[in-house]
Write a protein that binds this ligand. Structure first.
Ligand code: 4NP
Length: 159
């Protein structure tokens, strides 16, 4: 059984993709699959490289029992397109930026994260950075739902 690897991608890697990283990680750990699934997150922009997640994202996650203080922002690297099986974009801008960076043979790996949600019909996880607390709660709900769908998909197709 080969390991499956997942990379979550947003713009700054301090709000949406680290939330997805931490939520999916908890789900994978609680399912006893930590040895089978490798998880990371990254941003298409370098503004916040080295920083911990946004405190608003951390507060919402902590309120739902998820810790993400250990995560640090990094930028997407060309090697990521080789290293990861699933490269999951939070919004259309991330999606098209990733497609532009990747070689054609890697395009299939780049998908919209919310395509894995069974409950929400939205296509994008909206950027919460300049908005209020409600936006961060909504990000968490979307991410939580898509993480469950993603784990089901990986279980059915790889494990
Ligand atoms: P993220 O949110 O892409 O979900 O991490 C953002 C973080 C920072 C900025 C924009 C979005 N920014 O413009 O600095």
């Amino acid at each position: 059984m080969s390991k499956v690897s997942v990379l979550f991608v947003c713009l700054g890697n301090i709000c949406r993709s680290p939330t997805a990283h931490a939520v999916f990680r908890k789900l994978v750990e609680d399912s006893g699959l930590a040895a089978e699934i490798e998880i990371d997150s990254a941003g298409t922009a370098a503004y916040h490289v080295g920083k911990h997640p946004d405190t608003r994202s951390m507060e919402v996650a902590r309120g739902r029992g998820i810790e993400m203080l250990d995560l640090r922002a990094r930028k997407v690297d060309f090697g990521d397109f080789y290293a990861y099986d699933y490269i999951l974009a939070m919004d259309d801008e991330n999606f098209y930026n990733l497609k532009e960076l990747a070689l054609p043979e890697h395009h299939e790996k780049i998908q919209m994260f919310l395509d894995y949600s069974d409950e929400f019909s939205e296509r994008e996880v909206p950027d919460p950075y300049y908005g209020g607390a409600q936006g961060f709660e909504h990000v968490f709900d979307l991410v939580d739902s898509a993480s469950k769908g993603l784990l089901n998909h990986i279980r059915q197709n790889h494990l």
